[in-house]
Design a protein around this ligand. Structure first.
Ligand code: PXL
Length: 279
């Protein structure tokens, strides 16, 4: 039997169904131990709420890393999401060096933008630092907006395979070993994910649901991480994460006025079943 431990580094938005409040239960549901390093504490996420509080935790990271090293706590995987600051990105790279077990997978979700725009907390300097971090990852999991910022490509809502191939090859040039690109749609009513592994392109297509919810990128990346760390191959992990995310969005659409995130909890049982079947 193998029991795996993942470290996830991202913020805690106290209310908002994103980042750590999503990653912890989803990774746990995949049967993987989830250790956390909160990058910042916010009263809510920044997409739609106003007047939220932010406490950046960058200063705490070096002492936490030193303690883990002293205790010889190493991880089978390290998965990063929304980070509190540009300065933090260097500390994260240091954690990749010092806290990963031999052969551990490093997964970077460059959670910083959507629908053609950067999230309010970020600027060009952050994008530059994120490009550098992506170069150290085994898997990067951008949406199309993030891929455009990372590769200085014009954001388009209508595109063809050539445009997507261009994004994938430019992401590889950053040094990212493999890419899972989300929200790739070539036809109306459908969307999907591209897994670009060792230069090979595979596509998984699924229904497009119009009620897109905030936080689904975090749901997707957490489910992919949990499945992949369980030893499930990248394409199947990407497919499970997509199917689970679609279930969450569909369920959320059945609720009245649940606007700030996706109601992922009632669908965790389905994720557990999908993982058990694939293992
Ligand atoms: O879901 C990404 C995310 C995570 N954390 C915070 C955010 C966002 C997106 O807006 O604001 C604080």
């Amino acid at each position: 039997m193998s029991y795996k431990r993942v470290l996830t580094i991202q913020d805690i938005s106290c209310v908002g169904q994103c980042s750590l409040t999503v990653a912890l239960p989803i990774i746990s549901a995949c049967g993987v131990e989830a250790a956390v390093l909160p990058s910042a504490v916010l009263s809510t996420h920044t997409a739609g709420f106003t007047g939220f509080t932010v406490r950046d935790l960058t200063e705490d990271i070096p002492a936490i890393t030193n303690h883990w090293e002293k205790e010889r706590l190493f991880f089978d995987g390290i998965y990063t999401g929304y980070l509190g600051s540009t300065a933090q990105i260097e500390y994260v790279a240091d954690i990749f060096e010092r806290c990963a077990k031999e052969g551990a997978v490093k997964i970077v979700d460059p959670a910083m933008a959507d629908n053609g725009k950067l999230y309010p907390a970020f600027d060009e300097e952050y994008v530059k630092a994120m490009k550098w971090l992506c170069g150290k990852a085994d898997y990067v999991l951008p949406n199309i907006t993030e891929a455009c910022f990372l590769t200085d490509t014009e954001y388009k809502t209508e595109y063809d395979r050539e445009y997507i191939d261009g994004l994938l090859s430019k992401l590889s040039q950053l040094g990212a070993k493999n890419v899972v690109l989300t929200g790739v749609s070539y036809e109306e009513g459908k969307t999907g994910v591209v897994v670009y592994k060792n230069g090979e392109y595979s596509y998984y297509k699924h229904d497009f649901l119009a009620n897109s919810c905030h936080g689904t990128g975090d749901i997707y990346a957490s489910a992919f991480t949990g499945a992949f760390i369980q030893g499930i191959d990248a394409y199947t992990a990407a497919k499970i994460a997509a199917d689970y995310t679609v279930e969450c969005i569909r369920y959320t659409a059945s609720l009245d006025n649940h606007w700030y995130g996706a109601a992922f909890e009632p669908m965790l049982g389905k994720l557990i079943e999908m993982i058990a079947k694939a293992k």
